[in-house]
Design a protein. Structure first.
Ligand code: AMP
Ligand code: ZN
Length: 456
């Protein structure tokens, strides 16, 4: 397996710390709101990464945290705790908000066919581990107490700029904008808030520094090392986390353990809408439920996401989703008809079958190149050269990793004519031929098939 490593900025052969097992940590959601489809893009790739590694024979320990306290609005340790904002918005306690959105998150993950991580750990249930790590950092002189808060001193970690390739000048410019008098250096970051600037904080715990709550970065370091040890194979997240969150995680962990902490950093590019990164704080965003409300199978979104490489940004559009949904529907119908008509059961598989299998998995082994893997999938679906049972066998193996529900029968109750009508309708829509698209919709409705109306 080869992976692009943000640390070193190159595609590198993947060599785990322990032969045949992989510790994989993923920064989980901040559960103050629904996860949007941008977040889901990152989680889908993490899921495919874990499935690919398992396919290669690695025993993967996939750990994901739940950020249910301490993630402030601003990366400069200012603003409110996002869970508090959620509580005010919904007139609930932060605990209620956290549990509700955590459940919703995993409901959405299941709709996208993701395997639940082996360990899901909440920050609020790891306060003793977080406190212990902060104490170690204080003992080592890498952290300091300032007016009751504890801060990590970035100058104690000379490699601070390595992961994010931070340009010092750029950083100084942002530092000037958000001056915090409690910090010795403006690049320092909070490990624990107790003489809190946040008097309304509801989630708080006793600590050696007073009643308070942890900073966001230390949560990940403490939980990741609790479950995966002090040397971690792969740490994942979206690219927005590189410069602050992940650089801070590295700094505090490596100061604490005294050696390299994570060997490979896997970062997924953004999903954008209208050239803007989709983000929760802007208030308007799409969730997996939004897709379902428009009549889409969430697995069509999964296929859309996997159709571009994780290191390219992806612009979401309903038209693109529509195309992929139609292609998926047709693929499922085709598979049903192959299964119904197969006459070559029991025949030995040919070299062509083996070659296709190799092409698919070597695409994934080359830095998770899902677009090439999906191109192989379409080739198999259309191929006249492979026997029917070879095609079914390959498609099953491909779908084990891609997870797009190729063998799903639920949403394939359409006749071939109806599927063609749906496709004709989407062609009409692209051509903005609304009269034709409405005519086809009515025709389908008359046959008891309701279709999405995307004009809204
Ligand atoms: P958050 O809940 O904001 O901490 O984000 C959860 C995960 O989604 C993190 O790995 C983020 O880096 C990632 N993420 C946030 N926004 C996007 C986006 N627009 N596209 C892809 N990934 C994102
Ligand atoms: Zn994290």
């Amino acid at each position: 397996m080869e992976l692009f490593n943000t640390l070193g900025k190159a595609v590198m052969p993947f060599v785990p710390v322990m032969e045949k097992s992989v510790g994989l940590y993923a920064c989980g959601p901040t559960v103050y709101h629904y996860a949007h489809i941008g977040n889901m893009r990152t989680y889908v790739f993490e899921d495919v990464l874990a499935k690919t590694l398992r396919h290669l024979g690695f025993a993967v320990q996939h750990v994901m945290n739940i950020t249910d306290v301490g993630h402030l609005q601003s990366d400069a340790d200012s603003g409110d705790d996002k869970l508090m904002l959620g509580a005010v918005r919904e007139n609930k306690t932060p605990w209620e908000v956290a549990r509700f959105y955590e459940e919703e998150f995993f409901r959405h993950c299941a709709m996208l066919n993701m395997t639940r991580p082996d360990v899901v750990c909440r920050a609020t249930q790891h306060i003793p581990e977080i406190i212990a790590m902060i104490e170690r950092l204080l003992d080592k002189g890498a952290a300091y107490v300032s007016a009751g808060n504890v801060y990590f001193s970035v100058e104690k970690f000379p490699n601070y700029h390595e992961l994010g390739q931070l340009v010092l000048e750029e950083q100084r410019a942002t530092d000037r904008v958000s001056h915090d008098p409690l910090k010795l250096s403006q690049s320092d970051f909070a490990l624990w808030f107790s003489t809190s600037k946040f008097p309304d904080q509801i989630m708080k715990w006793e600590s050696p520094w007073g009643l308070g709550f942890p900073g966001w970065h230390i949560e990940c370091s403490a939980m990741a090392s609790k479950y995966l040890g002090e040397r971690i194979d792969i740490h994942c997240g979206g690219i927005d986390h590189i410069k602050v969150h992940h650089s801070n995680e590295v700094a505090q962990s490596e100061c604490c353990f005294g050696h390299r902490w994570v060997n490979y950093w896997f970062h997924c590019e953004f999903l954008t809408v209208d050239a803007e990164k989709m983000s929760k704080s802007k208030g308007e965003f799409l969730t997996v439920d939004s897709l379902v409300e428009k009549g889409y199978d969430p697995r069509a979104f999964r296929l859309l996401v996997l159709g571009s490489h994780y290191r390219s940004s992806l612009t979401f559009s309903w038209e693109a989703l529509d195309d992929v949904a139609t292609a998926l529907r047709k693929a499922r119908r085709r598979i049903i008809s192959i299964q119904e008509n197969t006459v070559d059961h029991g025949k030995a598989f040919s070299e062509l079958h083996a070659a296709s299998y190799r092409r698919f998995f070597s695409a994934l082994e080359k830095d998770l190149h899902t677009p090439s893997a999906i191109a192989e999938l379409w080739w198999v679906i259309k191929s006249n050269e492979l026997s029917d049972s070879e095609r079914i066998d390959l498609l099953r193996r491909f779908d084990d990793v891609l997870g797009v529900g190729l063998f799903d029968k639920e949403s394939t109750r359409l006749t071939l004519e109806q599927a063609d009508l749906i496709e004709a309708r989407s062609v009409a829509r692209v051509a903005k031929n609304w009269a034709e698209s409405d005519r086809i919709r009515d025709l389908l409705l008359a046959q008891g098939v309701s279709v999405n109306d995307l004009k809204a």
